[in-house]
Design a protein around this ligand. Structure first.
Ligand code: GAL
Length: 645
């Protein structure tokens, strides 16, 4: 059964309120509470002086009410005394400016002194609570990468980067060769000469930038691993997680997931809609619901990162405070988001936060409760979701059915780094490509796994690769051998691992499976290319007859056996048509869903969600025995029924 939980900050409230808070949480149907991740200054108010009493009592109070505690290591908020004791632990931005104290995430991952402090405080907290019966899981730190904090341009980072490069390349000639430093006389005589790729007059060498991104990602992973090792030693049998973010790609989350038991993420659909690339029309249409695929995309992505295990650590409960505009969710959306997480296999959904704080940075951020301690709308919806989850769980108690997912979307983090470093056309992003393909497939009623390129592909009927510039070794053979119909998107295979154009030209090694060469690429202002091409067009040299062309006869889609290569980005309608056709060839049944409606299968159930601001009707189907909702879905409506095979 999917659990519900909440993020709670006992240190921010009078102790006299804790008992009542815990009682109300349990009465609301919550069974998990995440605490502690920002409490360093209360745990250790001055160096080496620990104040455990309050945290002991807070954990005991929650425990008395049957609430399982997810305890955070407090390293996202190093206290003032610590920063003052070693000011160079502060991260430095790309302009060379040290980050100030007074918010959070102000540390540099490469600073050896801070690393030692992170291990010390983790050890202290883990030793005290590791075997406490209330503690069911751990969260390392909080949102690595939040506020753009993976990359630091500090002296410590520069020094560690040089060592990292030395280990990767062995000798400096190999690095010069890999980066092509003969270009613009950038040759190095030793690793010691290499600076961080910042403050250059124009763009730095892209291979230099990519290696710096890889290095920065590795620093996050090793920082996290140090905490994980300590937590495992002190807290056997407890899950260890970290809470990832929406549309944040600044470190390799697949690699992070391999060191964790469960990957969790923080779901703020309205904030993400407002902050990312969505059109004004979409921002208007979905202002109070979020784009219908934002939450689903991340559920499926992080389920892949967690090798099947994921949860939502923070769920938006009302308006947030941090986007350009912060609307309230449509009544019912908090419940919808919760049930949708269940439909994607989440182990729990925890709301952020229990009560809106009347003070400090997030005073305009809603909680389940208002600052006056009364229930806010989110509390009512959490209760409704708890009841629905119980209904659905009871109805499927005897069903072991796991519906296998037939569509895999291949995504990796390096692809986003490559297209961010070298977009070659404004706005081109491998992340956006992945999202748009995902969204088009979801609008056809398909369930999708988002997987890294090293995942097993057997069993899928359709594999799509929206944009994978650096094709890892072995991928082409596995793709060709997996038996699925395959659609590969533009820019795939366009770079070597050293950020060079492959000697045989793009798509590089993929040419063994589909014989074509991309001889020229163009990025275009919308309206320049003939539809259905959108803003990226590739010119191919091949003996293959194109499976689709532009009006002037230029090849758009090529096919060799089960592999197809798409040589352009497409407008959304054309992309939807192409994906529907390929899904059909893969033998998958698709549905023409009304705008805003999405489906998902889970454990013998089928769910439908209405993200539209107007009522919608489910497409006609065989008789459905509804457990929730009905054919007619109001805005924010959810329906669920038993799937009849
Ligand atoms: C998350 C963060 C929380 C809180 C929340 C507000 O990014 O982990 O601590 O700041 O956003 O929406």
């Amino acid at each position: 059964m999917m659990r519900l939980g909440v993020c709670y900050y006992p240190e921010q409230w009078p102790e006299a309120w804790w008992e009542d808070d815990a009682r109300r949480m349990a009465a609301m149907g919550l069974t998990r509470v995440r605490i502690g991740e920002f409490a360093w200054s209360r745990i250790e108010p001055s160096p080496g002086r620990f104040e455990w009493g309050w945290l002991d009592r807070a954990i005991e109070t929650l425990h008395r009410h049957g609430l399982g505690v997810i305890l955070g290591t407090p390293t996202a908020t190093p206290p003032k005394w610590l920063v003052d004791s070693m000011p160079d632990m502060i991260a430095v931005d790309a302009q060379g400016r040290p980050r100030g104290f007074g918010s959070r995430r102000h540390y540099c991952f490469s600073h050896a002194g801070y690393r030692a402090e992170s291990r010390r405080i983790t050890e202290a907290v883990a030793a005290r609570y590791g075997r406490h019966p209330a503690v069911v899981a751990w969260q390392t730190d909080n949102e690595y990468g939040c506020h753009d904090t993976v990359v630091s341009h500090s002296a410590a980072a520069a020094q560690s980067f040089r060592a990292w490069l030395g280990a990767r390349y062995g000798d400096i000639a190999a690095l010069n060769d890999a980066w092509g430093t003969v270009f613009w006389s950038a040759e190095y005589r030793s690793f010691d000469e290499i600076d961080l790729p910042s403050l250059t007059v124009t763009e730095p060498n892209p291979a230099h930038s990519l290696d710096f991104q890889r290095f920065s990602s590795d620093q996050v992973l090793s920082f996290n691993r140090e905490q994980v090792d300590i937590l495992r030693a002190h807290s056997p049998g407890r899950d260890i997680t970290h809470n990832a973010m929406g549309f944040v790609t600044s470190f390799d989350h697949h690699a992070l997931g391999r060191d964790l038991d469960v990957v969790t993420w923080d779901s703020y659909p309205l904030g993400f809609l407002e902050q990312f690339w969505f059109s004004d029309a979409e921002k208007l249409r979905y202002a109070r619901q979020g784009h219908p695929d934002i939450a689903a995309f991340h559920h499926d992505l992080y389920r892949g990162c967690g090798r099947g295990r994921f949860a939502v650590m923070e769920q938006q409960p009302g308006p947030v405070n941090w986007a350009a505009r912060n609307p309230a969710p449509l009544p019912g959306m908090v419940r919808l988001w919760t049930l949708e997480a269940m439909a994607h296999g989440a182990e729990f959904v925890a709301y952020f936060r229990w009560r809106q704080a009347p003070f400090a940075q997030e005073q305009m951020h809603a909680g389940l409760l208002r600052p006056d301690r009364e229930d806010d709308i989110g509390a009512h919806e959490a209760r409704a979701a708890a009841a629905d989850i119980a209904t659905l769980t009871a109805a499927t108690a005897d069903t072991a059915a796991v519906t296998p997912t037939r569509v895999a979307l291949v995504f990796d983090y390096t692809s986003v780094w490559v297209t961010d470093i070298q977009p070659q056309g404004v706005g081109f992003s491998a992340l956006r490509q992945a999202f748009e393909w995902y969204s088009a497939l979801r609008a056809l009623g398909l369930d999708i796994d988002i997987v890294p390129p090293d995942a097993a592909l057997e069993g899928y009927r359709l594999v799509v690769v929206p944009c994978l510039p650096i094709v890892p070794e072995g991928f082409v053979d596995r793709l060709a051998a997996c038996g699925a119909e395959v659609l590969i998107g533009p820019r795939t295979g366009s770079k070597t691992r050293h950020f060079q154009i492959p000697p045989e030209l793009p798509p590089g090694d993929l040419q063994r499976a589909i014989p074509l060469k991309v001889t020229r690429v163009e990025s275009l202002r919308p309206g320049v290319a003939a539809p259905p091409a959108r803003d990226w067009l590739e010119h191919c040299e091949t003996a293959l007859t194109p499976a689709a062309t532009l009006a002037d006869g230029q090849g758009l889609l090529y096919r060799s056996g089960r592999l197809r290569y798409l040589a352009a980005t497409l407008g959304s309608d054309a992309l939807a048509r192409l994906l529907a056709a390929v899904a059909g060839e893969a033998g998958l049944a698709t549905v023409d869903l009304p705008e805003g409606v999405r489906l998902r299968r889970h454990r013998g159930l089928r769910f439908a969600f209405n993200y539209a601001a107007e009522p919608r009707r489910l497409p006609a189907d065989t008789a459905r025995e509804f457990l929730l909702g009905a054919e007619g879905l109001p805005p924010a409506g959810v329906a669920a029924w038993r799937e009849v095979e």
